[in-house]
Design a protein around this ligand. Structure first.
Ligand code: SIN
Length: 313
């Protein structure tokens, strides 16, 4: 059974990755979780300088979901290279460095520093964090800026370049097309959905920044619709993210068209979720007579003439 997937010049041993911000730098997971069994690890977002992030409280649980406003807290790219990458390199995993920045120049400088590092196999560019005033959504909701960032980064690397898109726009497919035109190898769909939660006793928002990013099972139907829309608009691979907690969820994403998936919030409940998804997808394929996961991708049985989403494309 073929589980692997190639993106540009990199082979992923399977199509199940762990999402940025939910697996630290790969060094905080219990020894029992064999990260080498995953298709890859996407690091926490890295910026040029270390960031403290937003004031607390910055996480709260909601119905079937989690609201976060971390504010891109991270150790900075230099500390990552010196202190985290040496351990990650030994893990026998495919490492995708996620980059966040507050200017086009910062994206370029961080990518250039990481591009020379042997253990970094590719990049995911965060243009979609809803929790910062500079960068984040102010970039990710502006199609011209998303184009510019993709174009500038493409000039600077031959490694896989993945752009992580926000669902907080009218038509995510417009942004995906811009990424494809400017040379991205793939897009990740979706980052979190803007959300809010209120304590009725204090009448205060439950997180300090008032709004935050909603993730977890609550957003899975939104993510599936955005992945479907994107997959029908572009030819480059789409990496599906949003509320995946089981292999059945991952298979749904493959059927609507995702070429790979990322497990996010579920890692906070069980950091071995990704490994059980790898096993479950394999068994599903074997049981149903598929000898390559590719055979289930974009296999949705739908009547495009009455599909609403198809009329946007
Ligand atoms: C955060 O750091 O606030 C979350 C990251 C993101 O949503 O991209």
């Amino acid at each position: 059974m073929k589980e692997s997937f190639n993106l540009r010049n990199v082979e992923f041993k399977n199509r199940i990755l762990v999402a940025s911000g939910t697996f630290g730098y790969g060094d905080e997971v219990p020894d029992l979780v064999d990260i080498a069994k995953l298709g890859g690890i996407v690091t926490k977002s890295l910026s040029m300088k270390p960031r403290d992030g937003n004031p607390s409280p910055r996480i709260t649980e909601t119905s079937s979901g989690m609201l976060n406003s971390i504010g891109l807290a991270n150790i900075g790219v230099h500390k990552f290279i010196n202190e985290k990458l040496p351990t990650l390199k030994k893990s026998n995993s495919t490492i995708i460095a996620n980059i966040a920045a507050s200017s086009v120049e910062e994206y370029c400088s961080v990518l250039e520093l990481l591009d020379g590092q042997e253990g970094v196999h590719g990049f995911e560019i965060n243009v979609s964090c809803p929790n910062v005033k500079e960068g984040g959504l102010s970039f990710g909701t502006d199609v011209k800026l998303v184009s510019l960032i993709t174009k500038e980064l493409r000039k600077r690397t031959q490694k896989p370049l993945i752009i992580k898109l926000t669902p907080n726009v009218t038509h995510i497919s417009d942004f995906a097309r811009a990424c494809e035109t400017e040379g991205a190898d793939a897009v990740s769909v979706i980052n979190t959905v803007i959300g809010m939660s209120v304590n009725i006793n204090t009448r205060k928002p439950k997180i300090a920044t008032t709004t935050g990013g909603l993730s977890g099972p609550a957003i899975k139907p939104i993510a599936l619709a955005k992945v479907y829309e994107t997959c029908n608009a572009i030819k480059i691979p789409v990496i599906g993210i949003g509320g995946i907690t089981s292999w059945e969820d991952a298979v749904e994403f493959f059927i609507v068209g995702a070429s790979m998936v990322q497990i996010g919030t579920a890692n906070f409940i069980n950091p071995a979720t990704g490994i059980s998804v790898v096993e479950g997808v394999k068994q599903y394929c074997e049981k149903n007579g598929f000898d390559d996961v590719e055979q289930i991708i974009k296999s949705l049985q739908t009547d495009k003439t009455i599909s609403i989403v198809d009329s946007w494309l």
